[in-house]
Design a protein around this ligand. Structure first.
Ligand code: PPS
Length: 287
């Protein structure tokens, strides 16, 4: 059983292996540029997938970055220590990722014209993915049993807090047409269609040939064997793919293999209640 001390930052827990009070302060003082594009996600919603896609959509499909630069340096996390070390190597338009809820975004983000791609995933699959991630990541607390982990997930006693708070925060923004919403499920169902929408949103004007090329290189199968994207360069003590690979299944609906009917009822009732007064459409049924 591993037990890790997390950093507490403005109501959320973060692992110190990647975050520090300095990195969080650096994020708050970060100078966002108008051309920056952020992939924003609650953890396990498709972060590294969008991280793979964004530079390719922005650079017209040049595969060099995904073959030569590890993803955490290619498209760094706003809140992580690594950003300060690589920021000078990023070329414009820069792509970044963040798990921050909306209210933790830095002031310069709000003053900028930077764009956001918000990726949402069915919370039941998010929880399953996170459960396995906690087993393989040496820098995270042991998740306990699936039932225990579900209780923590529903109470928000997990990294970056409650799923519902994150989703709600990014639905109530002043961003207007600076934000695009997409779901993990849409990307699984038809990645080229998702890429076409992204290309339109980012004004990339990609040809169908380039769309197909990006789709092929961002498929689960291809990313799973790309050492620049599958975290195999990370020491085993931090990420042990023998326990569970980071690119684990990459499917929709794996929750059906994990939830009992009682767990499903409990999960659904909590999420439903917390989204009760929300008007935004969910692309999947909560049941
Ligand atoms: S993290 O730790 O928050 O950065 O994790 P995140 O990248 O958000 O989520 C990991 C899950 O995304 C899946 N994934 C993919 N699915 C389909 N296609 C592609 N290309 C892809 N890349 C990553 C990954 O397998 C994790 O989901 P699970 O359900 O565990 O397989």
């Amino acid at each position: 059983m591993s037990s890790c001390e997390y950093i507490q930052y403005r109501g959320i827990d973060l692992p110190p292996v990647a975050h520090s009070m300095e990195s969080l302060e650096y994020a708050q003082n970060f100078s966002v540029e108008d051309t920056d594009v952020f992939a924003v996600t609650y953890p396990k919603s498709g972060t590294i997938w969008m991280q793979e896609i964004l530079p390719l959509v922005l650079n017209g499909g040049d595969l060099t970055p995904i073959h030569t630069i590890p993803n955490w340096d290619r498209v760094p996390w706003l809140e992580e220590k690594r950003l300060a070390m690589v920021v000078d190597q990023l070329t414009s338009p820069r792509a970044l990722v963040t798990h921050f809820p909306y209210h933790l975004m830095p002031p310069s983000f709000h003053a900028s014209k930077a764009k956001v791609v918000y990726v949402m995933r069915n919370p039941k699959d998010v929880m399953v993915s996170s459960y396995y991630f906690h087993q393989m990541a040496g820098f995270l607390n042991d998740p306990g049993t699936f039932d225990e982990f579900m209780a923590k997930f529903l109470e928000g006693k997990v990294l970056f807090g409650k799923w519902t708070d994150h989703v709600k925060s990014w639905r109530h923004t002043e961003l207007g047409d600076r934000i695009m919403y997409i779901t993990y499920e849409e990307m699984v169902q038809d990645l080229p269609a998702a890429l076409r929408s992204l290309s339109d949103f980012l004004g990339s004007n990609l040809s169908e040939e380039v769309i197909q090329k990006i789709a092929e290189h961002c498929s689960f199968k291809t990313m799973k064997v790309n050492s620049m994207s599958n975290f195999s360069l990370v020491p085993k003590v931090l990420m042990d793919s023998d326990k569970s690979p980071f690119l684990r299944k990459g499917v929709v609906g794996d929750w059906k293999n994990h939830f009992s009917s009682e767990q499903l009822a409990r999960f659904t009732s909590v999420i439903r209640q917390e989204l009760e007064n929300e008007s935004f459409p969910l692309p999947w049924s909560l049941d």
